[in-house]
Write a protein that binds this ligand. Sequence first.
Ligand code: ATP
Length: 448
Amino acid sequence: MNNNQVSLDTLVSLAKRRGFVFQASEIYGGLAGFWDYGPYGVELANNIKASWWHFFVRQQRDIVGIDGAIIQNPKLWKASGHVEGFNDPLVEDLKTHKRYRADHLAGVDTSDLEQLTDLLKNKKSPDGNELGPVRLFNMMFKTHVGVLEGEDNVVYLRPETAGAIFSNYKNVLDTARVKIPFGIAQIGKAFRNEISPRDFIFRVRELEQMEIEYFTNPADAQKHLERLKKLYWQWLIELGLKTERMEWRQLPPESRAHYSADNWDVEYKYFDGKPKELGGIANRTNYDLTRHAQLSGKDLSYFDETTRERFIPYVIEPTIGVDRVLLAILESAYHEEEVNGETRVVLKIAPEIAPVRVAILPLSKKSELSALSGEVYKKLVQETHWNIEYDETQSIGKRYRRQDEIGTPYCVTIDFESLQDHAVTIRHRDTMEQNRVQIKNLKSELSM
Ligand code: ATP
């Protein structure tokens, strides 16, 4: 089957069947918008994050990382505009009381209430009922700190990771050996009370973001946006995403925040073939640091020694969600192939991020073979940092199929001859070709 036609249902069922993603609290009926990553999902998500961190933090001399708290002083979210303005337009089916994103029902990219009211004037809900008025709904999750509940101690679960980056801008400038232009990167959970979470892990209420705030002289902001945009594309290609399903889209001024000078979404054509936001990059001007300077009373301006100028830095923000990247990887990797009259399902995930890098598969459970296989497994785990799976149950055919479905690039089979010739067979996922290698050369063969 042509891999372009993979449906969301197929991916959801594979993800559940093979232990990538489960519904959160499934035994209690689940909770809309929350998902748990299973044994292979967590490996894949960790590999995505490690790849991002390596590419954008360790390989870039001008970007450093932080890990901020999820709960911050609520003033931070007042300064950023989230308490007032992190709203989505909501409309309610007057009969079923189901709530919908008004912009999604109207098929436009705006939160302008008047425009949405106008567009939805003669529309019915997806269940064919009357709709109520369009109103704004704040997506911040609230909780309380301390023992007393009350408006005085309301705090928020962060709706994006960026907040702690802005509040630490001066700390990082004063302690790390950076000067403008430089970036601060962070990976972490964010929480949004989405009106209608849907499409599996595409729109969730607890998500994970990988964000960079890149601080620059205002005059250089667009240059850095272009540069970071290219880097992003390069990273997405390295992950193995299909280029023909991805494209940059520049947001028109009416879809951008009022302070934004330029904004691009990288869109990916998921299951239904329609482009959807995978990530984005924005020129946020000096909005954030200006607002934080105003509300905190701290001077966040910067004096550039070379140009002898003082300015509030502009910020370029590349941001992307781990969950949406993971879903795009599953979509890109999913293949169904006809092999000897049977359908083979295979995830062609790049070896560097595959949940299991190598599977060690002894051809028999006999003790002499288990002993040798156990040794090969232990040595390879010790010599590499790979996730390696050891599996001696079921027929070899079934074991190959299982490894194909979770995207393991290499299976190593160990047979009775291995006891004599100290060699094993490597079976390659994509070509299904096999070659015999000496055990002592296994690591280097598999590293190629
Ligand atoms: P959308 O328009 O799809 O609601 P957004 O423009 O609000 O997304 P941003 O605020 O730019 O998203 O968030 C940065 C990134 O975080 C997004 O590009 C996306 O990858 C991810 N993200 C945002 N909201 C969600 C969500 N509800 N579920 C999963 N990932 C999300």
